[in-house]
Write a protein that binds this ligand. Structure first.
Ligand code: PLP
Length: 375
């Protein structure tokens, strides 16, 4: 039986093996493992890709988020508003800089941060809004940017799942004060290990992140350190890998959108309802999400798994109900849309190399699994 994984990094590597092997060999030959031309090249190319002025490569998406928040001067006593329907790292970064995450609910159609609830959550201690372009679908930024303008807040984008997505025609990553990307291997643009980046049009934020990620080193100096920083650098091997993949990203994202349209055509109107992209969004489908009846989700997953079809749940526990954030005082029922999504979402196989006949096979099996469950 044809196994259909959730993501297929092997198929991607095989499609660019010669380019990739040459890039990796180049790093081995040069022995420039830290810093150097691959890092500078990737930073310039990724900034241009995001239609932004500056990019700083760092060691992960989580370090991108913490460094960005610190560069905005956010720390103890401050509040940062983000959405509960996200990967835990978004809220974790806020806590890691000593600030308090304030969690708001999602919009039911896209699962993104709800702007009206965000407005209600602003207090005198709020310093930043941290929307997430979750699943590769941009958050509705205009109302959030208006709130930032009105209350003097920073807008920090968590673009970890949305490389290349557009909001009203503009690339995510260039829209807030600073944006944070993850290049975790399974992302639309993924490294061969951990890596991340911040992207910004603000040179001061770029410089602050660059110094903080490199031991607070004074620019141009080897052993003078003007601030206490740390080691959160991207390594050159990852930059070389990412430069190869960046050349393919738009083509891969196009294929993801084609697969999503194909799934939509087969599943819309069934009991496995696809999330609805907003009219202003050009999503990049990091994940393809349907909502299934919660009581049947485990059975549907097993039925698909029995046919060799892998699925995922992104995410089964919303951040406000994570044990790690129990101190924040949220309870079941606090953020009902996020809780409803956590119980009903199901991620179907999605990657550029997926074949149309595999989308047909996943959809047909899903519909038959639903039928077995009485839908
Ligand atoms: C929305 C979101 N934010 C942050 C992160 C953290 O990125 P990383 O795993 O590279 O630290 C991830 C990725 O896993 C993510 O999906």
């Amino acid at each position: 039986m044809d196994q259909i994984p959730l993501v297929d990094l092997g198929a991607q590597y095989h499609s660019l093996r010669d380019e990739m092997d040459a890039a990796i060999q180049g790093i081995l030959d040069s022995t420039r493992f830290i810093g150097g031309p691959e890092i500078a090249g990737f930073e310039a190319e990724f900034a241009a890709y995001c239609e932004a002025a500056h990019c700083v490569g760092v060691s992960s998406g989580t370090s991108a988020l913490t460094l960005a928040l610190r560069a905005c001067g956010i720390g103890p006593g401050d509040e940062v508003i983000t959405c509960s329907n996200t990967f835990v790292a978004t809220a974790e970064a806020i806590a890691l800089v000593g600030a308090t995450p304030v969690l708001v609910d999602a919009t039911p159609t896209t699962g993104g941060m709800d702007a009206r609830q965000t407005a209600l959550a602003i207090t005198g201690r709020t310093r930043a809004l941290l929307p997430v372009h979750l699943y590769g679908h941009p958050a509705d930024l205009d109302p959030l940017l208006d709130l930032c303008e009105r209350y003097g807040l920073y807008l920090v984008e968590d673009a970890a799942q949305a490389h290349g997505a557009r909001y009203r025609g503009r690339r995510v990553g260039s829209l807030g004060r600073v944006a944070c990307f993850s290049f975790y291997p399974g992302k639309n643009l993924g490294a061969y290990g951990d890596a991340g980046a911040i992207v910004t049009n603000d040179p001061e934020i770029g410089e602050a992140v660059r110094m903080a990620a490199d031991h607070g080193r004074t620019p141009g100096s080897k052993y003078e350190h003007s601030r206490v920083g740390g080691n959160d650098r991207m390594d050159a091997l990852q930059a070389a890998v990412l430069r190869v993949k960046l050349r393919h990203l738009d083509g891969w994202n196009r294929r993801r959108r084609e697969h999503a349209a194909h799934y939509d055509a087969l599943l819309t109107g069934s009991a496995a309802a696809p999330l609805q992209p907003a009219g202003w969004a050009e999503p990049v489908y990091h994940l393809y999400i349907v909502q299934v009846p919660p009581q049947s989700r485990a059975g549907i997953q097993k039925c698909l798994g029995d046919a060799g079809i892998a699925t995922g749940i992104h995410y089964p526990i919303p951040v406000h109900l994570q044990p790690a954030f129990a101190d924040l005082g949220y309870r079941p029922g606090s953020l009902p849309v996020s809780e409803g999504l956590a119980e009903s979402v199901l991620s179907l196989p999605m990657y550029a190399e997926l074949r149309p006949d595999q989308v047909d096979a996943v959809s047909a099996r899903l519909l038959s699994c639903l039928k077995d469950e009485g839908f």
